[in-house]
Design a protein around this ligand. Structure first.
Ligand SMILES: [Zn+2]
Length: 116
């Protein structure tokens, strides 16, 4: 690994400062118990582009990074309940891939003989 130029290091430091999860925000993680800090080394161009995207979305770079990562983690780790795997009953809809009950009619019994 090569030593970054002062300009590159300044850009990395600025990016690190902005993506520090300790930055206070209404939906973000507050520093303290239950939070961790994630430092990511990114090209300066990426950092500027992400910041512009965050500003276009009306949010901070920190919140933008958090929401993008959360979205990707959810897609990769959690069942997306694909339509092909959903089973519809008059009283409920079940995802056969993960077994989750996606919704149920509160006015019909949801457990009984022959029912899931
Ligand atoms: Zn599912």
């Amino acid at each position: 690994m090569t030593t970054p130029t002062p300009e590159e290091q300044a850009a990395v430091d600025a990016a690190i400062e902005d993506v520090t999860l300790g930055v206070s925000s209404p939906t973000g993680a507050e520093p303290g118990e239950g939070t961790v800090q994630v430092l990511v080394r990114v090209p300066a161009g990426s950092r500027d582009r992400w910041k512009a995207a965050a500003e276009a979305k009306g949010t901070t770079l920190s919140e933008f990074v958090r929401s993008c990562c959360d979205e990707q983690a959810e897609k990769l780790l959690d069942c997306q309940h694909p339509i092909a795997h959903r089973k519809m009953f008059p009283w409920a809809e079940i995802c056969k891939a993960c077994g989750k009950r996606l919704w149920e009619n509160p006015r019909t019994p949801h457990r009984g003989p022959g029912r899931v």
